[in-house]
Design a protein. Structure first.
Length: 697
């Protein structure tokens, strides 16, 4: 649901609720209060069991040892508190605040020498109505769902503080050493109303999380006892200033959950994608051929090999996510058929199942979801570790996109120190969502397996394309969605549960990308083609130079990884009614597309908005945070396109130039760039492929 007013002038650490308008009272006392209850009774076939498994895993990482040296943080405690609250909002907390700890806050006999607490709340997920798709899986699970999400946030924030060199421990329901309800009141996050905690400006339930630490912070004030927790006036209710409007929840409630937030049903569906796919000409690729896997094996040289293990986690916030990402892999699932248990009742209706699985995805936090056939050519041919063949095993594939976050990307250059954390947050959230879903389906007796960035046996790009979540863009190996543009990461779930498939979409992107060169112009390493699409391994694509791109992302000395193409794309827009109108105009009035592309540059689309810059520039070196040698501070450069186009020499590596199936990480297969450049120069054009009489089957 799009907002009317932009938040471009609102600091990210303020969150999206207008809590700055609440009166505060330093003398306000915390009262005994409980958390809101789930409005639905539990059942034997909801997702509680799957959520419990993941929550238990997360709670293992609530505490740990701090880094051996402290990071060079600002001395100003207000700046520190703002950074931590912004970090909580980056992880999708609803509200965050800070208070000083008192002796009576602890529930253990020998508490650590912590002085402050960062307190945050996570709202319940929106639920379907009784009888709507997914209700039988979701109802009664909101407490478990939200406690798992709170545990995720607590683990990352505590890990972040420990990476900064400070002692820190996370606390969540069932694994807390502090009285979280009292701390939430003192930190100004919630207030007791008739014995129940309430969040300002919301009417739904929530979970709490706390991180206690010895990092000195500036405390917030409690909400005044007399303060109304409702919208104070019409401006606040309408969201003036960029805050969440009061009407949003009521409007969302009119839309069935399985349809998601974005009106994908308004986008035209087509039998085949808008880029040519010749299935009978596609060679299945080994995972060993993946560019980052090749770097790990030394194919790209020594420096990329060394940097491969740290390039996305050089920032302490990204590093704090790695324990969860890595340790969710063993829970991803199974390939083998199972015997249906009957817990879910009759699951023979593929359409109803598809709507239920989408509702579950949105309930757990996915931003977009679609379903396609997991065609055999989408599977990798071999694993990379042992070189073992991978057989196609599931026919149904659920594809989910996780938004990397407009506001943080708005404040960044795309290749500075927060870039890696943006990717890792989306990967972590996706792994939780797909993991819980696959665990639930297995409990119902259906084989299911999650495919995440940490371990996947299916190629994500063709699956997202065929599931109708976007079109292939000039960025190349990226499926661009009409509503959130290119700023997403994908996660997959394959299963033998009967599911109805979605169709690909056509919103005019091929025509727009054909006239827009912005991502190519702004690419730091000139890896995105200015030229036309080519045929690569049986499909049509603006094929990027993955060696150039990969080496830059791996060895970026003034940032962590890179997402500058996503940052500068004209489809990377704020979620406003105005943006919806621009999208509709580009779809319905093709003659307007050129003007819209030019308007994006003229209006500064893709430039950094310093109001949104909330993170510290830090680099983890040998386990300790240090001040980096610099930070990329790129803004738009409208003059560099012609020169880059003239100088551009691209390479690509079709199957015969990649490590063969069966090759393991123990064998180095150096990249043959000269052969790759020759292959690109000789690449067939899509028109020629069509003239050969080939069409999409």
């Amino acid at each position: 649901m799009s907002r009317l007013f932009s938040n471009r002038d609102r600091s990210f650490d303020m969150g999206d609720l207008p809590t700055e308008r609440l009166p505060r009272d330093a003398a306000a006392r915390a009262l005994p209060a409980r958390l809101p209850a789930d409005g639905h009774a539990g059942s034997t076939h909801n997702i509680d069991a799957a959520l419990a498994e993941y929550r238990a895993l997360f709670c293992q990482y609530l505490e740990g040892e701090p880094a051996r040296a402290r990071a060079p943080l600002p001395e100003d405690t207000t700046t520190r508190s703002r950074n931590l609250k912004a970090s909580a909002y980056f992880l999708d907390a609803t509200l965050a605040g800070v208070c000083r700890l008192e002796a009576g806050d602890w529930t253990v006999d020998t508490p650590p020498a912590h002085t402050h607490a960062l307190v945050f709340a996570v709202e319940f997920g929106r639920e379907p109505r009784a009888g709507e798709p997914g209700a039988e899986w979701i109802h009664g699970s909101n407490v478990a769902r939200t406690n798992a999400r709170a545990a995720e946030v607590a683990v990352v924030l505590a890990g972040y503080m420990r990476a900064l060199g400070f002692a820190a421990r996370g606390h969540v329901a069932g694994a807390s050493q502090v009285g979280m309800e009292a701390l939430a009141q003192r930190a100004g996050v919630a207030r007791a109303v008739d014995g129940v905690l309430a969040l300002p400006f919301t009417r739904c339930g929530f979970a709490l999380g706390v991180v206690t630490t010895d990092l000195e912070l500036a405390a917030d004030l409690p909400i005044a006892p007399e303060a109304s927790l409702d919208w104070p006036d019409n401006d606040a209710y309408m969201g003036k200033g960029g805050t969440r409007p009061g009407w949003q929840a009521a409007e969302e409630a009119t839309r069935p959950l399985h349809l998601g937030r974005y009106p994908m049903e308004t986008i035209r569906r087509v039998p085949e994608p808008t880029t040519l796919v010749l299935r009978d000409e596609i060679t299945r690729m080994s995972k060993r051929a993946d560019l980052f896997t090749r770097a790990l094996a030394g194919d790209l040289g020594e420096k990329p090999k060394v940097e491969r293990m740290r390039f996305a986690t050089k920032h302490p916030l990204a590093l704090a996510m790695t324990p969860l990402i890595r340790n969710m892999v063993p829970l991803q699932g199974t390939r083998e058929p199972l015997v249906p248990t009957g817990l879910g009742g009759d699951l023979s209706d593929a359409r109803r199942n598809a709507e239920s699985i989408k509702a579950l995805a949105y309930f757990l936090g996915a931003d977009l979801a679609g379903i396609c056939e997991a065609e055999p050519w989408m599977y990798y041919s071999h694993d990379a570790e042992e070189g073992k063949p991978i057989a196609a095993y599931h026919r149904h594939c659920v594809v989910m996109l996780i938004d990397q976050g407009f506001e943080t990307m708005e404040g960044a250059s795309g290749d500075d120190w927060i870039s890696g954390a943006q990717s890792m947050r989306a990967y972590m959230r996706g792994a939780l969502i797909a993991g819980v879903m696959s665990a639930h389906l297995r409990r119902l007796g259906y084989s299911a397996r999650a495919h995440t960035n940490a371990h996947s046996e299916v190629l994500h790009i063709p699956a997202a394309l065929m599931a109708g979540l976007g079109e292939l863009s000039r960025i190349g190996e990226l499926v661009l969605n009409p509503f959130i543009g290119p700023r997403s990461k994908s996660v997959l779930l394959t299963t033998d549960l009967p599911l109805a498939f979605d169709q690909p979409i056509d919103f005019g992107l091929q025509a727009v990308c054909n006239m827009c060169f912005k991502c190519a112009r702004e690419c730091p390493c000139n890896a995105i083609p200015f030229g036309p699409k080519v045929m690569f391994n049986g499909y049509e694509i603006w094929k990027p130079d993955v060696e150039k791109c990969g080496k830059y992302r791996l060895t970026n000395m003034k940032g962590s990884a890179c997402g500058r193409c996503m940052k500068t794309c004209p489809y990377n827009r704020e979620g406003l009614v105005e943006s919806d109108r621009l999208l509709e105009l580009s779809i319905r009035v093709p003659a307007a597309r050129r003007a819209l592309v030019d308007y994006d540059d003229a209006s500064g689309g893709g430039a950094r908005n310093t109001v949104k810059r909330w993170w510290f520039d830090l680099e983890v070196v040998d386990g300790v945070c240090v001040t980096p040698r610099g930070a990329n501070q790129r803004d738009l450069d409208l003059s560099r396109g012609d020169k880059l186009a003239r100088e551009q020499k691209l390479a690509f590596f079709p199957p015969h130039l990649q490590p063969a199936g069966g090759t393991t990480l123990a064998t180095t297969v150096p990249v043959d760039r000269a052969a790759g450049q020759k292959a690109y120069a000789e690449a067939e054009r899509p028109a020629a492929a069509r003239r050969r009489g080939k069409t999409n089957p």
